[in-house]
Design a protein around this ligand. Structure first.
Ligand SMILES: Cc1ncc(COP(=O)(O)O)c(C=O)c1O
Length: 394
């Protein structure tokens, strides 16, 4: 329905952006001196991204806490009227603990293949319970009798920065196939559950600004057919710039497209649930160089953080900007691979990036745009300690 934004058709590269951490190097050095790996989150950046989301004029915005569930981020967003999207009882309990006053109305449970017990517990914690197959209604009808539910649809396609983050289409485990919606509505009626929300989230790291309005338009027909729907949730997935050449996500283009949806279909509330957009750029991962090794023509810079601390490169071949903070005045001209200490071949944080020629043991390497899907995926594989987390609130 909506074509690509003119900015995308005629995309001129934007001027180099200034990152918050470029002005905070002494502080970051002091944090690194206390021990690495360490994630550092800059709250003013979260607040600024929350302001950009406000431009969308959403009726409700859930923050997908799976991206970064640090209590400081949750508090900042709760104070700005965000609700929270959780995918497990653990996440729901975490929000409840951090924000005990938050009403259940501001919590949504959107699990995948959760057990009966988990659904039962989630029903006591969150108001908005999402189902994405017939199974729960068929096998555990007593859980949903008299409840308001949300149905997550698979609109038939997935989008995103990597095949592993696409959450729609026949290959994907997520979402109710459209050809099962009629049966779902019938079953919900028999069980006594009321479908108030139609939901879809097709993937993460989506840069096509027309996507959410197109999805909304696609879901309207289903919402009308169901008859009891009050809101349409078009998910999250807003992309962020990981590389210098990536443009900022054009929030204005998205705002214009969504405003048109609201104008055409004012009878439905417009909901979204971004995670990455709010948290990715607030975070950096500080590490120290462990060794610099040349082998068969490849220079490898080893760090004290690997796929245990930041899994995204191993999971999705994602690329993060890296800077040698100890030598930030030197040109980055030496092509290197950056690796971690984990005994796996996939423990490569970057291939073929440029760092200063003189990069050496104990230098501090900053890994940028690590605030989303960073610490939350960190693990203790090889019995390595979890990274630290620090907050900069101004
Ligand atoms: C159902 C659902 N909603 C929202 C999100 C948030 O996506 P993003 O962080 O890309 O905005 C995810 C991420 O996986 C998700 O699975």
């Amino acid at each position: 329905m909506f074509g690509p934004a003119w900015r995308d058709v005629d995309a001129a590269p934007q001027a180099p952006r200034r990152h918050w951490w470029q002005d905070r190097q002494a502080e970051l050095g002091a944090i690194a001196a206390e021990g690495t790996p360490a994630y550092v989150y800059h709250l003013p950046t979260v607040i600024e991204r929350a302001e950009r989301i406000r431009l969308l004029g959403l009726d409700r915005c859930f923050y997908a806490i799976k991206a970064n569930s640090h209590p400081a981020l949750l508090r900042v967003l709760a104070a700005r009227n965000f609700s929270f999207e959780c995918v497990s009882v653990g996440e729901l309990a975490h929000v409840r603990e951090v924000l005990p006053e938050l009403p259940a109305e501001r919590l949504q449970f959107t699990p995948s293949f959760a057990t009966r017990n988990e659904y039962a517990e989630a029903c006591s914690l969150a108001h908005w319970i999402t189902l994405d197959s017939l199974y729960p209604l068929r096998h555990w009808p007593e859980l949903f009798a008299g409840r308001t539910i949300s149905v997550r649809l698979d609109p038939g396609y997935g989008l995103g920065h990597h095949a592993h983050v696409k959450t729609g289409g026949a290959e994907s485990k997520f979402g109710l196939a459209l050809n099962e919606l009629e049966a779902f509505v019938r079953l919900a009626g028999q069980v006594g559950a009321r479908i108030e929300v139609v939901h879809a989230h097709v993937g993460s790291g989506v840069t096509d600004k027309a996507h959410w309005a197109n999805l909304f338009a696609q879901l309207v027909g289903h919402a009308e057919a169901i008859g009891t729907v009050k809101a349409i949730n078009v998910g999250g997935g807003l992309g962020v710039p990981y590389r210098d050449k990536d443009n900022d996500f054009d929030i204005y283009a998205l705002a214009v497209a969504l405003a048109e949806c609201r104008r055409q279909w004012p009878q439905f509330g417009l909901w979204m649930e971004p995670g990455r957009f709010l948290s990715a750029e607030c975070g950096v991962l500080l590490t120290h160089v462990s060794q610099v090794v040349d082998k068969l023509g490849v220079r490898r810079v080893g760090l004290d953080a690997g796929m245990n601390a930041l899994m995204r490169p191993a999971l999705y071949q994602s690329r993060h900007r890296m800077v040698n903070l100890s030598r930030s005045s030197e040109p980055a001209e030496r092509r290197v691979d950056v690796v971690g200490p984990i005994c796996e071949s996939t423990d490569v944080l970057a291939r073929g990036i440029d760092l200063p020629e003189s990069t050496a043991e104990n230098d501090i390497i900053l890994i940028d745009t690590a605030g989303a899907y960073g610490f939350v995926m960190a693990n203790q594989y090889n019995k390595r300690a979890l990274p630290r987390e620090e907050i900069l609130d101004v």
